[in-house]
Design a protein around this ligand. Structure first.
Ligand code: ATP
Ligand code: MG
Length: 567
């Protein structure tokens, strides 16, 4: 490609709402342009990067026997009714009617579509397993589209679905897909971690996320300082506490505690470790048929993890409740406790099970109970509600957990029969009986990977592309195109590299050297060959973008030097 002919509109202006490096540089360097909130155009450079990532994915998918398909982006709303997701997805689904008044949805993910494709076409266990995938535009009317390609409304996803006759076979495929996804991210040159993820109401360990490590990541992940354990904080577990603070003394009793509302004040008031106080967090839980206030109880030194709360209460969503709303329900904010609580449902954190010597609110202004024994609440609903903290013990090896930030670029999930059952997608097993398919789903954020690459690989000057993501590997920059010798040398080297299969661009623009160099740094070509004044003395310079290291080489050795560096 000749830069002089290329459509690469670089600019000094960053988008006004951009805070992330990837959002700023991808726009400034002419990879993408914004159309509306969460909608982006890919310009030639952006499209090249997208295709390169797609190619890596396609190659790796082919290696593991997954077959590429391409399903309609517009999906019939009926399918979403059948699976029961039309409500759950809520406003993220963009719905519209055609001229015949049929209702459609722009596909935000394709489980329903893929199941309906396979249903009645694959009918015997002999045709299983089957793994189908596509790389496709998705649309989710995200509440807060932001950070450029990171969270778009229209975005590109690789979505794959596998069909199996047995759980064992799904487990085998799941492990293979995990390994395959790891290879993809390794090839893309990314530092990442595979972590346990929330698996919603289904539960179990069948949900893993692939997280690119970056300070700007929206997800907090807990990782073990010594073993491989890692989990999204939404799902992170911890080992049992190794050191239990000394228990306070005292029989069951009601105490006056004037204006003592916070856990800190309560622990201070009774001179006890917060471990022995009971924290009450009231939340509004949303269900398909309405909402309901629920009280979540934890040890005083724990924080509620909202995703775990949603799972425990089998709700769809969670929201805050105001003190006024609580009072209207007859509750006493600051003094809420589980004893004789009849107004609203309660859920207890598992670490309270069998607890003794606890202090909790007495559901009366300015009163608390002490010496509470949880055995009186044994019948209650207990579940993991806590947020694993930094410093907590790893659930696998008891070493310390640390927090880090990650960008979710992939999510693999054992679905079981979640979709095949309601959609009645069945096969005949060895005994000739009909059974629903056992399924897995494997998503990867292709457009988000572009942003994630830059979040991890940039400096203050611009993008630093890795080998498998660079739009062009080499930029041959002719410093002064009016100099016939420079231009001729640049053209020849450009041709030679092109013939050798190198992705190369020739910067033959009538611009000043400084201007062209700034563009090269902003765009982030891995190597720039500067063909300048030094050519008179038989030298050119090679600049490596990642390090900005500049080295003079004999002009007649430039080609081999570049080829060596690329190998
Ligand atoms: P998030 O929690 O970031 O919203 P998700 O859990 O909704 O992601 P999935 O439904 O698992 O995502 O989709 C698979 C992959 O698609 C994600 O791992 C992510 O990389 C990508 N993805 C999801 N939503 C978006 C979006 N709005 N913009 C860009 N990529 C996205
Ligand atoms: Mg989402």
């Amino acid at each position: 490609m000749r830069f002089s002919k290329a459509f690469i509109p670089t600019t000094k202006e960053a988008p006004s709402d951009a805070v992330l490096a990837s959002h700023i540089f991808l726009a400034r360097a002419g990879f993408t342009s914004q159309v509306a909130a969460g909608l982006y155009n890919y310009l030639p450079l952006g499209k090249r990067v997208l295709k390169k990532i797609e190619n890596v994915i396609n190659e790796e998918m082919t290696k593991v026997g997954a077959q590429e398909v391409d399903l309609s982006f517009v999906t019939p709303a009926d399918l979403w009714e059948e699976s029961g997701r039309i409500e759950k997805f809520g406003k993220e689904l963009l719905r519209f009617r055609d001229r015949k008044d049929n209702l459609f949805v722009l596909g935000p993910t394709h489980e329903e579509m893929m199941v309906s494709l396979v249903r009645n076409r694959v009918t015997s266990y002999k045709q299983l397993p089957l793994n189908l995938y596509q790389v496709k535009t998705k649309f989710r009317d995200e509440a807060r589209p932001r950070f450029g390609l990171m969270r778009g409304r229209e975005f590109v996803m690789k979505d794959g679905y596998s069909f199996h006759a047995t759980d064992e076979d799904l487990n085998r495929e799941f492990e293979m897909m995990e390994a395959s996804y790891k290879r993809i991210l390794e090839r893309l040159g990314l530092d990442f971690r595979v972590v346990e993820a929330d698996s919603g109401a289904i539960g179990g360990s069948g949900s893993k996320e692939l997280m690119v490590i970056a300070d700007s990541g929206e997800d907090t992940i807990a990782i073990c300082e010594s073993c491989e354990y890692g989990a999204n904080v939404e799902a992170a577990e911890r080992s049992d506490r190794q050191e239990i603070p000394e228990a306070p003394e005292g029989d069951f009793n009601k105490f006056q505690t004037p204006d003592v509302k916070s856990i800190g004040n309560l622990a201070n008031f009774f001179k006890v470790d917060p471990y022995y106080t009971m924290k009450c967090v009231a939340k509004r839980m949303m269900y398909e048929d309405g909402d309901q206030v629920v009280l979540f109880f934890l040890r005083g030194d724990d924080e509620l993890q909202e995703v775990k709360a949603v799972n425990a209460a089998e709700a769809l969503e969670i929201a805050d409740v105001s003190e006024e709303e609580l009072t209207a329900l007859g509750l006493v904010p600051g003094f809420m406790g589980p004893l004789e609580m009849e107004t609203v449902p309660c859920v207890f954190d598992s670490s309270l099970k069998g607890g003794k010597d606890l202090i909790c609110g007495a559901n009366e202004e300015d009163y608390h109970y002490v010496g509470v024994d949880m055995s009186v609440l044994d019948e209650g609903l207990f579940a993991d509600l806590y947020t694993a903290k930094e410093g907590d013990g790893c659930p696998h090896c008891s070493s310390k957990l640390l927090y880090t930030k990650g960008i979710e670029v992939g999510h693999i999930f054992k679905l079981g029969t979640t979709y095949s059952k309601p959609l009645k997608a069945e096969f005949l097993n060895e005994k000739g009986q009909a059974e629903p398919f056992i399924m897995g789903t494997y998503g990867m954020g292709v457009s988000r990977l572009i942003a994630a690459t830059i979040e991890q690989h940039h400096d203050e000057k611009g993008c630093i592309w890795t080998k498998e993501t660079a739009p062009y590997m080499v930029n041959v920059m002719v410093s002064n195109i009016k100099d016939a010798e420079q231009l001729a040398f640049g053209e020849a080297l450009y041709k030679e590299l092109q013939d050798a299969g190198v992705e190369v661009i020739l910067d033959d623009r009538k611009e000043r050297f400084g201007f062209k160099m700034k563009d090269a740094e902003l765009i982030g070509f891995p190597y720039t060959v500067i063909v300048g004044k030094e050519l008179e003395h038989g030298n050119v310079q090679i600049v490596e973008r990642a390090t900005l290291e500049k080295r003079a080489v004999f002009a007649d050795k430039a080609f081999t030097e570049i080829m060596d560096r690329l190998s």
